[in-house]
Design a protein around this ligand. Structure first.
Ligand code: PDD
Length: 281
């Protein structure tokens, strides 16, 4: 594998040469927010939307950084991507490094830590196996924070059942995936859980909804009861690193995928066309 390059506090280095203090608040408290920006053939997909979401996460967590610097570093990192078919930039902003661990941040001494890297990835488009899990996370999952213990515990648990993703539900209603958003086709309709504080406003989710709406196809952003899972012809995930990914099997449910589901097939076609047009301009 070729060297992965990163940036930490303005220095661009191979990832393995970057050194971070154990008193970084990212390390002790997960006191940090992040973005994952996908690149295709060396060009970013929805960069502005990712920067806007980062700005909202920073606002929500009251971490103050110069967003022009962030954008500049992301652009510099993108030069390491070359023209690889598929890659992403991970970019994280941490509140800073404490002189000694302290829950209450000493704002006078803290300097935000800016860290990122660019890496090539391979994307799987084959339907996957997933698991339904209770949402045990904090109540601000609309903030793209690195505090992901709830996601990690459930995703590790699902891995033991050969599942590579999960669907979170709370009080009988679907929320989102462990690292993606969720859509369902049910009796000809397209549904996705409406955005609330326990759901991330996914950039891929929003791109898909916009693409479908531009073709007069309605997506119902609504409360999705878990009983819909057994009525669904297709359930699929959306995310920056996986695009649109259908679920073959949802292990602890009565979901049966219809591989010929015309609704899902049309959604996928429209998404792919919009995606192509995005890079054609
Ligand atoms: N995750 N919900 C969660 C909890 C996520 O972690 C992600 C993305 C999404 C989809 O958002 P988007 O379409 O903007 O990628 C929804 C990224 C890929 C990650 O953490 O690696």
């Amino acid at each position: 594998m070729s060297k992965i390059f990163g940036v930490y506090q303005g220095s661009f280095l191979p990832l393995e040469e970057i050194r971070v203090s154990p008193l970084s608040r990212a390390y002790t408290f997960s006191d940090s927010v992040y973005e994952v920006i996908p690149y295709f053939y060396g060009r970013p997909f929805c960069l502005i939307e990712h920067l806007e979401r980062l700005s909202k996460s920073l606002e929500a967590t009251k971490i103050y950084v110069d967003l022009n610097r962030v954008e500049d570093e992301i652009n510099q990192l993108s030069h390491y991507i070359k023209n690889h078919e598929n890659a992403y930039i991970y970019y994280q902003v941490t509140r800073g490094v404490d002189s000694i661990r302290s829950h209450q941040a000493n704002h006078d001494e803290l300097v935000p830590e800016l860290f990122g890297y660019a890496v090539e990835i391979k994307t799987n488009t084959s339907p996957i196996q997933a698991k339904l899990c209770e949402d045990i996370r904090w109540m601000r999952c609309d903030v793209k924070s690195t505090s992901l213990l709830g996601n990690i515990l459930m995703m590790n648990d699902a891995q033991e059942s050969d599942c590579s993703e999960i669907i979170f539900y709370k009080d009988d209603f679907l929320c989102e995936g462990g690292a993606s958003n969720v859509f369902l086709s049910v009796n000809g309709a397209i549904l996705t859980p409406s955005l609330q504080s326990n759901i991330l406003s996914g950039i891929t989710r929003n791109f898909l909804i916009k693409s479908l709406t531009s073709k007069d196809i309605i997506v119902q952003e609504t409360d999705c009861n878990i009983s819909l899972l057994e009525e669904a012809s297709t359930i699929w995930f959306t995310s920056s690193t996986r695009g649109i990914l259908p679920i073959e099997n949802l292990v602890n449910s009565n979901y049966h995928r219809d591989p010929k589901d015309p609704v899902f097939n049309q959604c996928k076609e429209i998404y792919e066309e919009s995606f192509k047009n995005y890079f054609a301009t």
